[in-house]
Design a protein around this ligand. Structure first.
Ligand code: FES
Length: 107
């Protein structure tokens, strides 16, 4: 199973095997990764699944959608060029080795 590394604001790293077809948000919430809340369940309506993708190149990530783009303007932590909503990152084999940093606040 492809894996994703989550790096918390304090530097703690968590590596999860994520089933293809599962969102990064869902995987983090199911494994109780601190720093990702996913309050809306992935309906792009809360921005509490905000992550900073550290190494986006070459993973075939989907483009930021229109609604995602609007919600990224409402994140608790600053929006950066590498900001994504992790509920919109659905795991594929090509995403193995993805690294996401967690912001210091989600609400
Ligand atoms: S879980 Fe709410 S926007 Fe991603």
């Amino acid at each position: 199973m492809p894996n994703v590394t989550f790096i918390a604001d304090d530097g703690t790293e968590t590596v999860l095997d994520v089933a293809v077809g599962t969102s990064i948000m869902e995987a983090a919430v199911m494994s109780n990764v601190d720093g990702i809340m996913g309050e809306c369940g992935g309906s792009i309506n809360c921005a509490t699944c905000h992550v900073y993708v550290q190494n986006a190149g070459g993973f075939g990530l989907p483009d930021v959608g229109e609604v995602e783009n609007e919600m990224l303007d409402a994140t608790a932590a600053e929006r950066r060029p590498e900001s994504r909503l992790s509920c919109q990152l659905i795991m594929t084999e090509a995403m193995a080795g993805l690294i996401v940093r967690l912001p210091d606040a989600q609400y």
